[in-house]
Design a protein around this ligand. Structure first.
Ligand SMILES: [Zn+2]
Length: 233
């Protein structure tokens, strides 16, 4: 990783998501750019992803959790490519972020934001991007945590342009109500090699990868976010 140095600047970006792999598809290029500039980037992963697909690679949820989120697992391999060293892995049951102890999870998010004082926090938008209940619950948790802290930083949500959402809106009309369009765009064409390498570390999630490529091919080189606040002119 020749251009990813030990961080010498404060935390630029703190990503808070429920699943191993939620960090990579929409933000890998942005992460690599910030790391190359010497900024710290942090990641909080709330679940170990044991409810995901296993493609027959393992035979139990415990084995899938270890494969995805274990000490030498897929996520750690992905983070080595991205140059993220500040990572906190939690073990809230995958699929149950909403039903886990809300106040407890809120407290841990508040603690990490206070600890790192990031310039930007990134999470899912109100519709959870694809409606996954863990994505929606994580949005609510992060939004509530930052409200309790009086909005100490910039808040970004993953956001794909409307034209790429049309197919999903036909399948799941309820997604349209909570949708917010992108207003921050990052051209990460120069990061495409490392981004694809980082994505490929999540081997067990290969179907998610091809689904992402089919639906959002343009987002491989153009990452897009909705800045919720402070408001953009
Ligand atoms: Zn996810």
């Amino acid at each position: 990783m020749p251009d990813l140095l030990a961080p010498t600047k404060p935390m630029k970006l703190l990503i808070i998501v429920p699943h191993p792999d939620d960090e990579v598809y929409g933000a890998a290029g942005t992460i690599l750019d910030y790391r190359a500039e010497g900024f710290e980037v942090g990641l909080i992963t709330l679940t170990r992803g044991e409810a995901g697909r296993n493609l027959g690679l393992v035979s139990s949820k415990a084995e899938l959790a270890a494969l995805r989120a274990g000490p030498d697992g897929e996520l750690k391999q992905c983070l080595a490519v991205l140059g993220i060293t500040q990572h906190h892995q939690y073990d809230i049951p995958d699929g149950s972020v909403l039903n886990a102890n809300f106040e407890e999870t809120l407290e841990l998010i508040i603690r990490h934001v206070q600890e790192y004082q990031p310039e930007i926090v990134l999470t899912f938008q109100p519709n959870g991007s694809n409606g996954h209940p863990d994505h929606i619950a994580t949005h609510t948790l992060v939004y509530t945590a930052l409200e309790r802290l009086n909005r100490p930083c910039t808040l970004w949500y993953y956001s794909a342009s409307l034209e790429y959402m049309t197919e999903l809106f036909v399948q799941k009309p309820e997604l349209e109500a909570g949708y917010v369009p992108p207003n921050v765009f990052k051209d990460v064409t120069h990061r495409v090699g490392l981004k694809l390498k980082a994505i490929s570390m999540h081997r067990s999630q290969a179907l998610s990868t091809v689904d992402f490529f089919r639906r959002f091919a343009e987002r491989i080189t153009l990452e897009s976010y909705h800045q919720a606040y402070p408001p953009l002119e």
